[in-house]
Design a protein around this ligand. Structure first.
Ligand code: NAP
Length: 470
């Protein structure tokens, strides 16, 4: 559904009216219109900074120069020693950051390696880096902080400072969203240093346009082999449930864009729509109810080994608990949660290839909760616990399982909402607009890639930093 208010505020009349009345002007987000690029930051200036004990300079520089970025530093900043040392060792050029009035292109991204911050006092280095630079980030810019995951910090000062960065990032994301800039945090566990390339590509590119104020933890993966993100889904076989329309159709489309062979599954009542969606992307349809007791066996019989499984099918049956019938409870629990466990259990016995990656769709409704959604909220929170619980099982097979929690997304489901709640739902996030199904699909494709091997058991919110459960 079209966001008429956003369109209006981008017309000459709407723009001046909004500014006269002090109304918000939601930014136009730049989204991907092509597969993952080899060099997504070609000739794009990025300012790099770090604290004096930063430990991630080498993987960071390798990834950024591999993406084609022009690397800039502010020479007066303290804490550049680890970055300069890594640059010298890797023969990577570091340019000075030009003054805002120099006529040089502005830096599109600010990236700070805070992995060595050891005390609250040292957080000052984070302030010193961002404070003078943040006002010059252009529209659709990217701000990214890397830190040591608090669970990997052994001393009190480090753990405190690493956790403080979460509040810093969430707050800064709320300041910069007005112009479509996102701000996120990558937390690196011990052993996760070698798995940073794909997360950096995701967060610094147009593929993460609606992800802001989030943290993603990257850890070690003993059984996976490092591969590049671009091209990593070529030839993979992916099953997407609920693929006839909405978010599922977008997931199928983006996976196909990246070269995967897609099998779209949907309820037999949706066979026609499913056929049309699959025809557009050269995929194959499978009309099958996710709650069928033999769903896993049927899927295994119809496919020849799956590399990717996306559990997207979901329903709502909203009612205040006092009015909710057992049927409404059972149906939502069965489709949104029990079916995922049942299908995976079956596919783990037969149907999954080694290294298979599973992505489940949760919801911010499972994080913040909504009146009238005790059934739905329970299922979507359950998904978050489930991916955490299953991470080790999938890792043992060389794969992973993660979840994506969408916020307000423009689909048939949200178009059916009454105007008032729909308008509020759209605006209560740092980017002042609803997301598109493509935004969820981009995050799913990233998590479905073997290049994201260090990401396992995690839930990534794709919600424009919705204020629900934030
Ligand atoms: P949608 O437009 O209603 O699409 C869901 C699809 O799943 C439909 O084609 C539906 O078919 C299918 N499905 C339902 N029950 C099924 C079953 N038993 N077996 C097979 N397929 C079944 O929903 P959406 O908005 O794209 O949402 C997709 C996922 O994202 C859901 O898990 C939802 O909870 C989650 N999500 C959405 C939003 C949002 O803002 N839209 C926000 C947070 C989370 P039928 O027509 O037969 O039901």
């Amino acid at each position: 559904m079209n966001d008429r208010y956003l369109e209006f505020t981008h017309s000459p009349f709407g723009k001046s009216l909004a500014s006269m009345l002090g109304l918000p002007t939601p930014p136009r987000l730049r989204r991907a219109d092509a597969p993952w690029a080899d060099r997504p930051l070609e000739a794009t200036p990025v300012v790099l900074g770090g604290d004096s004990g930063a430990a991630l300079a080498a993987p960071l520089l390798k990834a950024l120069s591999g993406m084609g970025a022009i690397l800039r530093i502010v020479p007066e900043h303290a804490g550049l020693a680890p970055i300069k040392a890594a640059a010298a060792q890797m023969s990577v050029a570091l340019a000075g950051n030009p003054a805002p009035d120099s006529g040089e292109p502005r830096s599109q991204a600010l990236v700070f390696d805070a992995s060595g911050v050891a005390s609250p006092a040292q957080l000052r280095e984070v302030y010193d880096f961002f404070q003078p630079l943040v006002r010059n980030v252009p529209g659709n810019g990217r701000i990214l902080v890397l830190s040591r995951a608090p669970q990997s910090c052994i001393d009190v000062g480090r753990k405190t400072a690493a956790t403080a960065l979460r509040g810093f990032v969430r707050s800064l994301a709320k300041e910069v969203g007005k112009n479509g800039t996102t701000c996120n945090l990558i937390e690196v566990e011990t052993g996760g240093e070698g798995w940073l390339d794909a997360p950096l590509r995701f967060f610094l590119s147009v593929h993460s346009a609606y992800v802001s104020g989030q943290l993603l933890t990257v850890g070690a993966h003993a059984k996976a082999t490092a591969v590049a993100l671009p091209g990593s889904l070529q030839g993979k076989t992916a099953l997407v449930t609920g693929a006839a329309r909405g978010i599922g159709a977008a997931i199928a489309e983006v996976l196909a864009r990246e070269g995967a062979r897609v099998i779209g599954m949907d309820h037999p009542s949706q066979e026609g729509a499913l056929g049309e969606t699959m025809a557009k992307i050269g995929g194959r349809g499978l009309a099958l109810d996710v709650t069928a007791p033999d769903a896993a066996e049927r899927i295994a019989a119809e496919t020849e080994g799956l590399d990717i499984v996306v559990h997207n099918a979901g329903v709502t049956r909203d009612k205040m608990l006092r009015n909710m019938t057992p049927q409404q409870w059972d149906m939502v629990l069965n489709i949104n949660l029990a079916a995922i466990l049942r299908i995976n259990e079956g596919l783990l016995k037969k149907g999954l290839n080694g290294g298979a990656r599973v992505v489940c769709i949760s919801s911010i409704g499972g994080i913040g909760g909504n009146a009238g959604q005790t059934n739905y909220g329970a299922t979507k929170a359950g998904v978050i616990g489930y991916v955490d619980a299953m991470a080790e099982t999938l890792a043992q097979r060389g794969g992973a399982i993660n979840a994506v929690a969408p916020g307000f997304i423009e689909t048939q489901m949200t178009a059916a909402m009454p105007v008032g709640p729909r308008e509020v739902g759209r605006r209560i996030n740092s980017l002042s607009q609803g997301g598109l199904p493509q935004d969820i699909a981009e995050a799913v494709a990233f998590l479905a890639s073997p290049a994201a091997a260090g990401v396992n058991g995690r839930t990534l919110r794709v919600c424009g930093q919705n204020w629900f459960g934030a």
